[in-house]
Design a protein around this ligand. Structure first.
Ligand code: FES
Length: 369
């Protein structure tokens, strides 16, 4: 079957894959610590302020990927991390302002904020060349722990030739491969924030991470590290659970209730704001969903291609066959079902239900799906 090629793009490329543009993502790690005065409020007020904050933060799920973590018991200077991933920097500013405007915001100190962007690595990853490009997209795993730190190299590192640095990076990558249970997310901060990189490791095995960091100290590249602290050890949990870990009455629902409530929806936008042939990306349960308007009919599928996580929202849509072609290797998917149609793809992507309610487009999962 003939493959549909992506349409020409007018926006400037900020990342490239085989000459094809791919957008970078913005990333922010915001660490908060609650003022002890909040713990002296009447319990009803503690519960109300937590619920209000929960609602405010959750209202941003449509605009960014938001991952909450607790640092209670792991750090003295931070108690909650909100790991934020978005397509532009503005949602971070708006979320920070919205949090500050809540009653609990008056008791929340922003201990540290690390801003960065995804970027293709300049080094070759010889055993997986696609990895350099895949790093353009942050796709958090289900791992229980996250270890985050700002990272700065010494200036002599940048005086070395690319070949010399590549040799050292090869050694660095070789050591990393010995710890497959540890997933690395490297993002870039040059000119955006004080550090040069923000490094975030996900794992279910903190002992593996400890061993990896210790072994990396013995590599040659380590000689060129200027700063790699403070290190934040974070425990993944739901937002309500993270707020409950701060103290006060519990607001998180018992797990049994959560399991029964498997239905989940996210607002996309009012119908009149969704132009024909337009695509929008929203976030639900930590996953990116691409929503398409094809001749006035709406479809929603996972935004990440099942082949190598290419962004399907940037693919070419064929209205007649109701399919989208991934911009990375041209795998094609049915927009109604998420099933593969042709190309290199062999696994389907998740299809979501779209509903229009009161003129608002919603994408989501029905309880029987
Ligand atoms: S990422 Fe390879 S076809 Fe989509």
């Amino acid at each position: 079957m003939t493959q549909t090629r992506p349409e020409a793009r007018t926006q400037p490329a900020r990342g490239e894959r085989n000459g094809r543009p791919t957008k970078r993502q913005y990333v922010r790690f915001a660490f908060y610590k609650v003022d002890p005065l909040w713990r002296r409020l009447p319990v009803d007020e503690q519960a109300d302020t937590k619920r209000d904050l929960l609602k405010t933060i959750e209202s941003f799920n449509r605009r960014m990927l938001l991952r909450p973590y607790s640092l209670m018991g792991t750090r003295a200077d931070a108690e909650i991390l909100l790991w934020q991933i978005a397509e532009s920097v503005e949602p971070f500013q708006e979320l920070a302002a919205a949090i500050a405007a809540t009653p609990m915001g008056a008791y929340l100190n922003l201990s540290v904020s690390l801003l960065s962007q995804t970027k293709r690595s300049i080094y070759e990853i010889r055993d997986n060349p696609d990895e350099a490009v895949e790093r353009l997209i942050i796709s958090p795993s289900e791992a229980k722990y996250l270890f985050v730190y700002p990272f700065v190299k010494t200036r002599p590192w940048y005086k070395l030739s690319l070949e010399e640095r590549q040799v050292m990076m090869d050694e660095h990558i070789r050591v990393g491969r010995k710890y497959p249970a540890v997933k690395l997310n490297t993002t870039y901060s040059f000119g955006l924030d004080d550090q040069e990189f923000v490094v975030a490791f996900e794992t279910d095995e903190p002992a593996d991470f400890l061993d990896l960091v210790q072994e990396l100290r013995e590599t040659e590249a380590s000689l060129y590290t200027l700063r790699d602290t403070p290190l934040y050890s974070c425990i993944r949990m739901g937002l309500a659970e993270s707020l409950d870990a701060l103290g006060g009455p519990k607001i998180a629902q018992p797990q049994t209730q959560v399991a029964e409530k498997s239905e989940a929806w996210v607002e996309v936008c009012p119908v009149e704001e969704f132009g024909d042939s337009e695509r929008k990306v929203v976030y639900l349960n930590g996953q990116q969903i691409a929503v398409f308007n094809v001749d006035g009919k709406f479809y929603a599928i996972s935004n990440r291609c099942s082949h190598a996580r290419g962004p399907l929202s940037e693919g070419a849509v064929d209205a007649e066959s109701c399919t989208v072609t991934c911009p990375w290797h041209y795998g094609r998917f049915d927009l109604k079902t998420g099933q593969t149609v042709d190309g290199v793809v062999s696994a389907p992507v998740k299809a979501y239900t779209v509903e229009i309610r009161d003129n608002m487009v919603y994408a989501g999962i029905k309880s029987n799906e």
